[in-house]
Design a binder for this molecule. Structure first.
Ligand code: PLP
Length: 389
């Protein structure tokens, strides 16, 4: 018999990811229609591939870069932050990371001591809560307001603050709800953070995917927030580069060396070939981003039209951003979203993600991704219409 080793409590406390569980189960179902993944279906634009290939051929990718990333990439990132996020950054305030996810993890590690509390608007991206647990912190969920489309509830956030609260961590545009937090609300949130001396960690992975005139606002652009915000971004969603694992964060001079200390033991540096690809992405034409946005908008519209055909089954708010939506299941059996999603997969061959995976306010919902082809949406909804009669 093999040895039975004790697993750290911080890791064993983490439950199975419902997203990965659904992926595993979906593989067992022949020809399942997939609405469960938040990854772009389009390939990385050619000019970005070409930038990476050129760097490989020039022999630039075989060694580590500096821990913080290539200086020329950090320079370009500063230009982008100024242009698109109204953040005045210096290259020394940028850390290039292994996707947004590693940047978020490093930020949490740098800011959270065991037992510290981090407020997460709920529902939210499940990985954020796991990052807090791995840092031996405590995720505290503050419900969002479902009426009106899961808007930020500033009063609920205030009510969740205790002497142990250290940070607020949110994503906007939101995974899973598609909400885009308004500038006005984020300014209110900033006031709360200042009043209670809290850090704010942002996940702005979907910053370019907003629709119908909704605009993305970066809380890091508020001058009074300098020193207390870690703003995390990614190339992976913006340029359809999820496999390249490349993102970055911005924080103030005081914080950035501390976050870098947390980044090094997990990554040393971000993959250098991907850093060159990211450089090509920033320096190259940006119309690919507009193209992706337009595709997601039209896929969203199609998904909403198809949902309208199932008014007794789902109730939803049209997402203002990201490429995800979060309808409420109106049927009684939807109260257990995990069981509902498994049944839908087995009996209708449609793969979705249970809302319970996104925090306590997520139960009774399911997450649908419209980052898929129109054909996939039609296939999934054709089956659901038949299934629900
Ligand atoms: C809100 C959010 N943040 C971060 C990520 C992961 O980003 P990255 O690929 O840059 O690590 C995802 C992926 O689904 C996401 O939905």
């Amino acid at each position: 018999m093999g040895a039975r080793l004790r697993v750290s409590s911080r890791v064993s406390e983490i439950g199975k990811s419902a997203i990965h569980e659904m992926t595993r189960l979906s593989r067992e179902v022949e020809d399942a229609a997939f609405l469960s993944w938040a990854k772009p279906t389009s390939g990385t634009p050619e000019h970005i591939d070409a930038g990476a290939i050129e760097a490989i051929r020039a022999g630039l990718c075989s060694g580590y870069s500096g821990n913080a990333g290539l200086p020329e990439l950090r320079q370009e990132i500063c230009r982008k932050l100024k242009r698109d996020n109204a953040i005045d950054a210096e290259p020394s305030q940028i850390l290039v990371t292994v996707g947004a996810i590693e940047g978020l993890a490093a930020a949490v590690m740098a800011l959270i001591d065991p037992g510290d509390e981090v407020i997460l608007p709920s529902p939210t991206y499940s990985t954020h809560a796991r990052q807090v647990v791995i840092a031996s912190g405590k995720p505290v969920f503050a419900p969002m307001i479902e009426e009106g489309g899961f808007v930020l509830d500033i009063d609920a956030i205030r009510a969740a603050i205790t002497p142990k609260t250290r940070a607020i961590l949110y994503c906007s545009p939101s995974n899973p709800t598609g909400t885009v937090f308004s500038e006005e609300q984020l300014r209110e949130l900033a006031e709360v953070a200042i009043e209670h001396n809290l850090a704010v960690i942002t996940d702005e992975a979907y910053e370019y995917f907003t629709f119908d005139g909704h605009e993305h606002f970066s809380i890091g652009s508020i001058p009074e927030m300098r020193g207390r915000v870690v703003s995390c971004y990614t190339f992976t969603k913006t340029y359809a580069m999820t496999g390249w694992r490349i993102g970055y964060l911005h924080a103030d001079d005081e914080l950035i060396p501390q976050i870098t200390k947390a980044h090094i033991p997990f990554a040393i540096c971000a993959p250098v070939v991907s850093q060159y690809a990211a450089l090509a992405a920033l320096k190259g034409p940006q119309d690919c981003v507009a193209g992706f946005r337009e595709h997601y908008r039209s896929a969203r519209d199609l998904m909403c039209e198809r949902l309208d055909q199932l008014p007794n089954v789902f109730q939803y708010t049209k997402p203002a951003g990201s490429y995800l939506m979060f309808p409420r299941i109106l049927l009684d059996e939807g109260r257990d979203s995990a069981a509902f999603c498994k049944k839908l997969l087995r009996e209708a061959r449609v793969s979705t993600t249970p809302g319970a995976a996104f925090g306590p306010t997520g139960e009774g919902h399911l997450r649908l991704s419209f980052c898929v082809t129109e054909e996939e949406i039609n296939k999934a909804f054709g089956r659901m219409e038949q299934y629900f009669g």
